[in-house]
Design a protein around this ligand. Structure first.
Ligand SMILES: Cc1cc2nc3c(=O)[nH]c(=O)nc-3n(C[C@H](O)[C@H](O)[C@H](O)COP(=O)(O)OP(=O)(O)OC[C@H]3O[C@@H](n4cnc5c(N)ncnc54)[C@H](O)[C@@H]3O)c2cc1C
Length: 572
């Protein structure tokens, strides 16, 4: 171990929470500056949700492309809520980052000329998505993990350690975290000069979702509890093509390769909604179009709640080569050979544009605390994220936060860190284990939360529905206080951690609902049927949610940064 402990307490220049793409990229960047680094993850790093990313990563690599075109598409995709300074940085730095990945060993798909191949993706004005078949996230994550291991002398890995809280000093700075080793149940304080949250999204607040079971919004809730503001929380992305029932993702790469969407009358209905971009309009636009077709009675499938995705129009050889994972998903989870017949899909919860508010260096308003990846809101995605821009966001802002957190750390002394939070978290775990059997089960409360969010905070929303959701969440918060867990042991007790995650999900869900109620307009992924128009005069601003001292969320606003691109009507 390359750190200088304070007594028995491990202490690092930079402590990174989460080992998906954002966390690993941050660790590699911080280590390069000479800082001591620890990276903690509640699952083995290569099981982070990043491994599931399928379709690809955007970068203006083609010589006829330009980062400004990528930036404009991203800003338009965001429905002009994205911060343009951050978007400029992301798009300008994208080609070099993708080249860095390729040099590190990512086997990006090549065309016949031997050049890096690019595929079409939604909302993009040209082919701009680099990919490795439809396992891009897996390819990237494994290559980064190799780099992490190569740097083992400067980066300490704590795999299967669950962070329960951030530590805030009396001076109001983030100075570490408390974590529990899942294998043993041991709980420890980690001291740090800078802390980077890279703990991913909160998809599990919804049911169904495309997100892995581990995406429970831990970092978003921990930052909120520690006093850092959240931003754009109302902006929840529904992906246009997920399998009905289980929510599995069918990558946008399918439409990128040319697949059609059809209603019960066999119409390519996107002609009505986005005559120019058709199936490759922004995700919010396509999901809304599908939902409208379903609501107007032109859905397909047993309960008419689906839409056909017809991949048979893509040459079979190309599908088997470039979309092989979804060929398997179709067979295994829907019993459909997608190369021969259409598959029934529907819009499904996929991504949270909002998260912990940061600046362009990944710094949050809480000194010492940084955030990067899906847990963060820079905000490069604003009201709606373009497909294949998230992997890019994790890497660019992962790297930047790693560099800046290290720079800050190297210029200061190790702060004094008390064991007070450790004591509180120990008590919290003991209290959960001691609960009587009379409480509801964690899984029941979680399921009610998921179906509530999917009903009221989905593609279409209104005041009455969101109010009901808020009332249900307040009740579930009360019920969660006595939620019962069966496993009382110390070794691999996922049950007790499930109760902790439930509290995180409830905090995230409340922030989502409160922000959705606040935004009285329709923009990006938020469509309010009671306020169907975008209203730039009143709502061209971010909604920030922070903790109001007690348990209630408090709303404030911040400005959207506009550089070169003035808001305009959004058509595809
Ligand atoms: C099915 C699917 C397909 C996708 N496809 C694409 C795509 O093709 N292109 C694209 O751009 N985007 C895609 N996305 C989105 C993108 O993959 C994610 O936004 C991105 O990978 C998130 O990376 P991350 O590093 O922020 O978090 P994650 O990869 O989710 O990693 C989070 C990390 O935090 C750790 N963690 C969480 N809580 C704790 C805790 N309490 N204590 C300790 N550790 C913790 C986890 O163990 C994990 O290591 C897809 C998403 C899904 C779900």
């Amino acid at each position: 171990m390359k750190h200088d402990p304070i007594g028995a307490m491990p202490a690092y220049d930079v402590l990174i929470i989460g080992a998906g793409l954002a966390g690993q990229r941050a660790a590699i960047a911080a280590a390069k500056t000479g800082a001591t680094v620890a990276i903690l993850s509640k699952v083995h790093p290569v099981r982070s949700h990043s491994v599931a990313a399928a379709g690809g990563i955007n970068a203006a690599i083609n010589p006829t492309d330009d980062w400004r075109s990528h930036a404009y598409d991203t800003i338009k995709g965001s429905d002009f809520l994205g911060d343009q300074d951050a978007i400029e940085i992301m798009c300008r730095e994208a080609p070099a980052e993708v080249m860095w990945l390729e040099h590190a060993g990512v086997t990006f798909h090549r065309n016949e000329k031997g050049e890096m191949d690019l595929r079409a993706f939604g909302g993009a004005s040209m082919k701009r998505t680099a990919y490795v078949a439809d396992i891009t996230g897996q390819a990237l994550l494994h290559v980064l993990y190799e780099q992490l291991m190569k740097n083992h002398e400067v980066i300490d890995r704590f795999e299967e350690w669950f962070v329960t809280s951030l530590i805030v000093s009396e001076e109001g700075e983030c100075v570490g975290a408390v974590a529990r080793e899942i294998r043993s149940g041991k709980i420890e304080t980690f001291a740090a000069k800078s802390v980077i949250l890279a703990s991913g999204g909160a998809g599990q607040c919804f049911s169904p979702t495309t997100n892995a079971l581990i995406c429970t919004g831990d970092g978003i809730a921990q930052a909120y509890q520690a006093g850092a503001p959240l931003m754009d929380m109302e902006m929840i992305q529904y992906h246009p093509t997920t399998l009905a029932e289980n929510g599995f993702l069918i990558t946008e790469g399918a439409r990128g390769e040319g697949a059609h969407l059809l209603n019960s009358e066999g119409e390519r209905f996107m002609e009505k909604y986005a005559p120019n971009k058709m199936e490759l309009a922004s995700r919010d636009v396509v999901s809304r179009a599908e939902q409208t077709e379903i609501l107007e009675g032109r859905g397909v499938g047993p309960d008419k709640q689906g839409i056909y995705l017809d991949i048979t129009v893509v040459p079979r050889k190309r599908t088997l080569e470039a979309l092989r994972e979804i060929v398997n998903i179709g067979k295994d989870f829907a019993g459909v050979d997608i190369t021969r017949e259409p598959i029934v899909i529907q819009p499904g919860m996929h991504y949270i544009m909002g998260g912990v508010k940061t600046d362009i260096h990944g710094a949050t308003p809480l000194p010492g605390l940084y955030a990067a990846g899906e847990v963060a809101c820079v905000s490069v995605h604003g009201g709606n994220r373009l497909g294949a821009n998230s992997l890019l966001d994790t890497l660019i802002f992962g790297r930047r936060s790693g560099e800046h957190a290290a720079e800050r750390a190297l210029a200061m002394n190790m702060p004094t860190v008390s064991d007070e939070q450790l004591g509180k978290d120990r008590e919290m775990i003991a209290e959960i284990l001691a609960r009587p059997k009379t409480g509801r089960r964690v899984s029941e409360i979680k399921q009610e939360l998921g179906t509530t969010m999917n009903r009221y905070a989905a593609v279409y929303r209104d005041e009455a529905g969101l109010q009901s959701a808020h009332e249900i969440i307040r009740r579930l918060k009360e019920e969660a206080k006595t939620a019962y867990v069966d496993d009382k042991g110390a070794v691999f007790n996922q049950d007790v951690l499930g109760a902790v995650e439930l509290d995180y999900m409830l905090d995230c869900s409340e922030a989502i609902v409160v922000a959705s109620l606040e935004r009285k307009e329709s923009r990006g992924a938020q469509f309010r049927t009671d306020f169907p128009e975008r209203n730039d005069a009143e709502w061209l601003k971010h909604i920030d949610v922070s903790r109001n001292g007690g348990d209630e969320p408090k709303i404030s606003y911040s400005d959207v940064t506009i550089t070169d691109w003035q808001p305009e009507a959004r058509t595809y």
